[in-house]
Design a protein around this ligand. Structure first.
Ligand SMILES: NC(=O)c1ccc[n+]([C@@H]2O[C@H](COP(=O)([O-])OP(=O)(O)OC[C@H]3O[C@@H](n4cnc5c(N)ncnc54)[C@H](OP(=O)(O)O)[C@@H]3O)[C@@H](O)[C@H]2O)c1
Length: 209
């Protein structure tokens, strides 16, 4: 892929892996469009990068998803790579949380539904480009549930299944769009530090068991 000629949308780009990806693509010469909810953090981080813009958007809100797509179609028609990476995870135990339903709704609306919306609405724009690519972040918990993040695991399982289906359809349509699933391991970021604080395990210990 010619990163110098690429325009890349990254969701969850205010912190963590999304922010690191934005820095890396910007260093390669790509034009980066950073998306998250916290506008002041996005503004600060985008200002440190070359060729970076930002759009504040709560992906769990359908009207904001709609505005995001309209903004992209109007201002970033060169878009060729979409990295769907935003996610939330809630730590709790099944059958031990009266808010489990509400928690799972928020996780599903953030981790799963935006991927459905954005792949459907941005695929026609990507289809016209060379090097058209979707990258979607899931997790190993898509395959085996993490009982300390039970409904988060289920959202990643749904996303993993959606990616498998979407890939088959792209192949059958002989689409030029590439689709990658980033099944991330534990990464040394905020999410992992939370994991450590709660479970008292360091990832190095987890890897050795
Ligand atoms: N870290 C790990 O060990 C690990 C392992 C496997 C998979 N993953 C996955 O990797 C991805 C990134 O994780 P991370 O560790 O980098 O997490 P992170 O630092 O918490 O980043 C999550 C990003 O998503 C954004 N976000 C959350 N809810 C949003 C919403 N409703 N609308 C728009 N943006 C939203 C957050 O920004 P705002 O709060 O400003 O919206 C933030 O920038 C997630 O999908 C996560 O599930 C992480």
């Amino acid at each position: 892929m010619n990163f110098k000629e690429s325009t890349i949308l990254i969701t969850g780009a205010g912190t963590g892996m999304g922010l690191e990806a934005a820095k890396w693509f910007s260093e390669q010469g790509s034009r980066v469009v950073m998306v998250a909810r916290n506008e002041s953090r996005l503004k600060d981080e985008a200002a440190k990068l070359k060729n970076a813009s930002y759009i504040a958007c709560d992906l769990s809100q359908q009207d904001q998803l709609h505005s995001l797509v309209e903004n992209i179609k109007l201002n970033f028609r060169d878009l060729n790579l979409v990295f769907l990476n935003a996610g939330v995870a809630t730590h709790y135990a099944l059958l031990d949380n009266s808010q489990a339903y509400e928690t799972s709704l928020n996780e599903m609306l953030t981790n799963f539904h935006p991927a459905v919306y954005l792949t459907h609405h941005l695929a026609p724009l990507l289809e016209l480009k060379e090097d058209a690519t979707f990258i979607i972040t899931t997790s190993g918990v898509a395959l085996a549930p993490d009982l300390s993040h039970p409904t988060y695991s289920a959202t990643k399982a749904a996303l993993h299944n959606y990616i498998l289906g979407l890939r088959l359809v792209l192949e059958r349509k002989k689409s030029s769009i590439k689709l990658y699933e980033l099944m991330a391991p534990l990464v040394d970021l905020l999410f992992q530090r939370l994991f450590y604080r709660i479970l008292r395990y360091h990832p190095a210990q987890l890897l050795s068991v």
